[in-house]
Design a protein around this ligand. Structure first.
Ligand SMILES: [Zn+2]
Ligand SMILES: [Zn+2]
Length: 361
């Protein structure tokens, strides 16, 4: 177990929801002292993920209030524990969803910490000392260095923040299918939101032919002209889907609304794979014929381990990939979350944590 520092002595100001109304208000709380394996980070930016919204409103019935959300965190290191060699004060770093894992299981040993069955998340988790974890909607974070990554010097901290969750969520399954180093494949991205728009950027940077599949014909121009997609299919247009049958090697499905996977599976070549990273409340419709007659597979994937996160960050630095964001401020969080609920953001809100804050907090 990684527990080293039970002492929660540091006062931090942040923003929390206190009940299922989801209303966010300023919140003063304590964090642990910087332990030997920890780094302390001055949080500068934090992305707003859909998961944050689910937690503040207790959509999944698992929220421990008060909840300080935020797991797309970027900032600068202000303190380093004695066991920490790869970070120093002043480094620009990021923290995603992982706060602690067992470090001993097969998944942890293989840097697939995200599949550790004792994983504790950056917020609404229970740390080894029994404390509830608080996320990045706050001015300061103490993080175990094993779950912290460097941010390449050429990437801005605001537009990089969503890579820590949205980015690695789409990168990890692409890497799993070797798409990061075997160009020339035909890949489909279903849904053009926070996850989908990064997947399109990765697909193009890695040298693939990318087709965006969406219910909204209005997104075609944006997908092709701004994000560089090669093709666009309207998923409600039977003619278009028919034309696209058996054309794709791989599909990444980012949609979190209930839909049938059948028509999408028909777009895959024989032996193709669809990876699901969106999480609808209701089960997918999954007809068997498109799977059986095309020897097609459907699988899932959740965020990514630390090796994948580091590799993604390096590739983003090399290809200059960041998220398309709208910057907001802590006192506009309620309005921002309302817009996230309506998918009314292109493509991710990022909170400028230091905007409008009194300097003594
Ligand atoms: Zn997230
Ligand atoms: Zn483990």
């Amino acid at each position: 177990m990684a527990q080293t520092t039970p002492n929660h002595t540091q006062t931090v100001s942040g923003w929390a929801a206190h009940d299922s109304s989801g209303k966010i208000t300023p919140f003063i709380f304590k964090r642990r002292e910087n332990g030997i394996n920890d780094v302390t980070i001055e949080v500068l930016y934090c992305g707003i993920c859909h998961t944050d919204l689910h937690h503040v409103r207790n959509d999944w019935g698992i929220t421990m209030y008060p909840v300080v959300p935020g797991h797309e965190i970027t900032g600068v290191i202000t303190k380093v524990g004695s066991n920490v060699k790869e970070f120093k004060v002043g480094d620009r770093v990021g923290v995603g969803c992982l706060a602690a894992t067992c470090l001993e299981c097969d998944f942890c040993k293989d840097s697939q910490e995200n599949y550790c069955d004792q994983v504790q998340f950056t917020y609404n988790g229970i740390f080894w000392d029994g404390s509830i974890t608080y996320g990045g909607y706050s001015k300061m974070l103490v993080a175990d260095h094993r779950y912290v990554v460097h941010i390449p010097a050429n990437l801005p901290l605001d537009a990089t923040a969503p890579l820590l969750c949205a980015g690695v969520t789409v990168f990890s399954p692409m890497k799993d299918h070797n798409l990061h180093q075997a160009p020339g494949k035909k890949i489909g991205v279903v849904g053009l939101g926070g996850l989908g728009h990064v997947a399109v950027k990765f697909g193009k940077a890695f040298g693939h032919h990318v087709t965006v599949i969406s219910t909204s014909p209005s997104k075609e121009k944006e997908a092709k002209e701004r994000l560089g997609a090669d093709d666009f299919l309207v998923s409600t247009d039977a003619q278009q889907l028919k034309k696209g049958m058996r054309t794709l090697d791989f599909i990444l499905n980012t949609v979190s609304a209930k839909h049938s996977l059948g028509p999408l599976l028909e777009l895959l070549k024989v032996n193709g794979t669809m990876v699901v990273v969106g999480a609808p409340d209701q089960p997918f419709e999954l007809p068997s014929f498109p799977m059986i007659f095309g020897k097609r597979a459907v699988k899932g994937s959740v965020i990514g381990g630390m090796r994948d996160t580091k590799e993604m960050m390096e590739l983003c630095g090399k290809h200059n990939i960041t998220c398309d964001i709208e910057v907001t401020t802590p006192h506009k969080l309620d309005a921002a979350l309302d817009r996230v609920a309506k998918n009314d953001v292109r493509y991710r809100f990022v909170i400028d944590i230091t905007a409008g804050l009194p300097s003594n907090l």
